[in-house]
Design a protein around this ligand. Structure first.
Ligand SMILES: Cc1cc2nc3c(=O)[nH]c(=O)nc-3n(C[C@H](O)[C@H](O)[C@H](O)COP(=O)(O)OP(=O)(O)OC[C@H]3O[C@@H](n4cnc5c(N)ncnc54)[C@H](O)[C@@H]3O)c2cc1C
Length: 289
């Protein structure tokens, strides 16, 4: 099927893009890589008379380290660019590894980080690790810029805290201490993950774990009991003992996750996967004997 006819706008600045959206309102949509939007337009699930392509806007693409050490990823940066970026590989190898495994090479080259966050299809990888990393997003709109923590950005399936007239400009990740390691593990039998778990383990004093599960529910979920249990573990335990100390708490957190049977698997199966993937993500963060 073909999409309904639309007018394509290619603004050169952020202000121009925001003004176009103000002029056309609900009849216009922003376009980044188009991997979700164009499919929905062609299937006639969505219909817009105006499409505002953000790709020509300088500053929305690329990866840099700010003066305070924050890693800033432009929203229009593709998964493939993130996977191969030397800064990401050095500072957050776990995130480069995640980006390398998104979908297939065509989606990774065209699809952007901003696109996956704004579309908010739950079967995605990056949102889960960004929550675990305490990342935040920068939104630009008619009233200027505002920041939102990643963990407050997704409100439900296909729903975010972004106002309709705001453009996601960048994703920011604070510098990680030398004692902090992060990892993401996922499993699925379609191109999208059925379940993904992200762990960020810090051996600083006090020891701290950030553990999140995603894809199986409408938005990423924090495994709070496991995080509390980790804070009470003796420092420098071997990986196997860390897992023994957390296993019951992870299973209890997983049992509470609001998920359901679907094409990606049964609810109990997905909850079981949370424990399996949490163990794998954690062991990738911990020093191996
Ligand atoms: C076959 C397939 C397999 C996939 N598998 C995976 C997977 O394994 N893991 C995974 O994480 N993801 C997966 N995805 C999702 C993929 O990551 C997204 O398709 C992609 O990142 C979306 O980015 P885009 O730039 O193409 O967004 P677009 O399609 O251009 O836009 C998507 C939506 O977001 C809005 N939007 C985009 N950018 C902005 C912005 N900067 N500001 C405001 N609004 C914006 C658009 O208006 C639109 O509503 C898969 C997708 C496909 C098609």
């Amino acid at each position: 099927m073909r999409a309904h006819r639309f007018t394509l706008h290619r603004p050169a600045t952020l202000d121009e893009a925001i003004a176009l959206k103000a002029a056309f309102g609900d009849a216009a949509a922003f376009h980044a890589g188009g991997t979700e939007l164009l499919v929905a337009l062609k299937a006639r699930v969505l219909r817009y008379e105006h499409v505002i392509d953000l790709k020509q806007i300088p500053g929305l693409k690329g990866i840099r380290v700010r003066s305070d050490g924050t890693l800033s990823i432009g929203a229009l940066t593709s998964h493939d660019t993130i996977a191969n970026d030397p800064l990401v590989r050095e500072l957050l190898p776990g995130y480069a590894e995640l980006s390398e495994q998104v979908a297939n090479i065509r989606v990774r080259i065209a699809g952007t980080l901003g696109g996956v966050l704004c579309f908010a299809e739950p079967h995605a990888d990056a949102p889960t690790l960004l929550c675990a990393l305490d990342a935040w997003v920068v939104l630009a709109g008619p009233d200027g810029e505002r920041e939102i923590p990643s963990r407050d950005f997704h409100l439900g399936e296909f729903t975010t805290a972004r106002a309709d007239d705001e453009i996601l400009a960048s994703i920011e990740i604070a510098p990680q201490s030398t004692g902090t390691r992060s990892a993401y593990r996922s499993f699925g039998h379609t191109e999208r993950p059925a379940v993904g778990v992200a762990a960020v383990w810090s051996t600083d004093n006090p020891q701290r774990l950030s553990l999140w599960a995603g894809a199986l529910s409408a938005r990423p979920v924090c495994l709070e009991r496991a995080q509390e249990a980790a804070a009470g573990l003796a420092p420098d335990l071997p990986a196997a003992s860390v897992w023994e100390g957390l296993r019951a708490a992870v299973a209890a957190d997983a049992a509470d996750i609001d998920t359901h049977d679907d094409l990606h698997g049964g609810a109990d199966y997905k909850r079981h996967l949370v424990s399996v993937l949490a163990q794998r993500a954690l062991s990738a963060c911990l020093p191996q004997p």
